[in-house]
Design a protein around this ligand. Structure first.
Ligand SMILES: Nc1ncnc2c1ncn2[C@@H]1O[C@H](COP(=O)(O)OP(=O)(O)OP(=O)(O)O)[C@@H](O)[C@H]1O
Ligand SMILES: [Mg+2]
Length: 257
């Protein structure tokens, strides 16, 4: 049984239909990348998975249980098992780094101050930013914000990590760092990973499987090798339009072309 299953999911905002009937299944431990053009509904999909947005019809199951219309308590239990790095990191400006990373711990339990401090320190270390607890959000670079967002996402030691455009707007070094982290977390902690991106080099590096959404449907679902060989013009246009600059040899080397 798949860990996460979307079945015939429909989602519209007023007259705007984002998904007519979306089907997608993610197995435990897999690293799946969802690609698709801007406005195709990638962020909406992730938000539906954690119950931040409702579905109009169809079903989303997590570990066999339907999450739509689940009582608040059950939804809370599911959310505890899923960490999400939001598009733009979505840190709280009013809190320092410690406050941001500690947030889910305090939201979901009653840990002691020592437990919180230890976990925050551990998570910051995991993302390569040890000791920055007292920095303010305004002092962080874009890449650091994403990594602090990731530290917050892993604070509950989730089984599933969702990443919304983790590399967008970052310089190549910060991109490489985040991509390495995604791979490492997937391997080391054995988490199930869903990455939403239009960064094809990143997609090729992190994915066991790539699904492309276009106009409300999954139009491709296969391995990185299979997508490279796809003859579908929509797929070709997308991956060629989002490939690295061919003269950027560093990027090609880093991602293995
Ligand atoms: N809360 C909302 N209310 C109304 N419309 C929304 C809402 N959230 C998303 N939409 C619409 O749903 C569509 C899909 O949005 P979504 O943010 O999922 O796109 P995306 O694929 O993540 O795009 P991008 O690559 O630009 O992040 C868009 O047309 C957007 O305007
Ligand atoms: Mg988005």
């Amino acid at each position: 049984m798949a860990l996460i299953e979307l079945q015939k999911v429909r989602k519209a905002f007023g007259p705007k239909v984002v998904y007519e009937s979306l089907d997608l299944a993610i197995e435990r431990g897999e690293a799946v990348t969802v690609i698709g053009g801007s406005g195709m509904g990638k962020s909406v999909m992730l938000k539906m998975l954690i119950g931040l947005l409702s579905v109009d019809a169809g079903e989303i199951r997590f570990d066999g249980k339907a999450i739509q219309n689940a009582p608040q308590k059950e939804l809370g239990a599911v959310r505890r098992r899923i960490g999400m790095l939001f598009q733009g990191a979505a840190l709280f400006d009013s809190l320092d780094v410690h406050g941001n990373v500690a947030y889910p711990l305090l939201e979901h339990g009653r840990p002691t101050r020592e437990e919180v401090d230890a976990r925050v320190a551990e998570c910051l270390e995991d993302v390569g930013l040890p000791g920055i607890e007292r920095m303010r959000v305004a002092e962080l670079s874009g890449g650091m914000k994403k990594r602090v967002g990731l530290a917050r996402a892993i604070a509950m030691r989730p089984e599933v990590l969702l990443y919304d455009e983790p590399t967008t707007g970052l310089d190549p070094i910060a991109v490489a760092h985040i991509v390495d982290l995604i791979v490492e977390l997937n391997d080391r902690y054995d988490v199930t990973t869903i990455v939403v991106t239009h960064d094809m080099p990143a997609a090729f590096r992190v994915s066991d499987r790539i699904a492309m959404i276009d106009r409300g449907h999954v139009i491709f679902d296969g391995t990185p090798d299979e997508i490279r060989q796809s003859a579908d013009p929509r797929v070709r246009d997308f991956i060629e339009g989002n490939a690295p600059e061919t003269d950027d040899i560093q990027t090609l080397l880093r991602y293995g072309g």
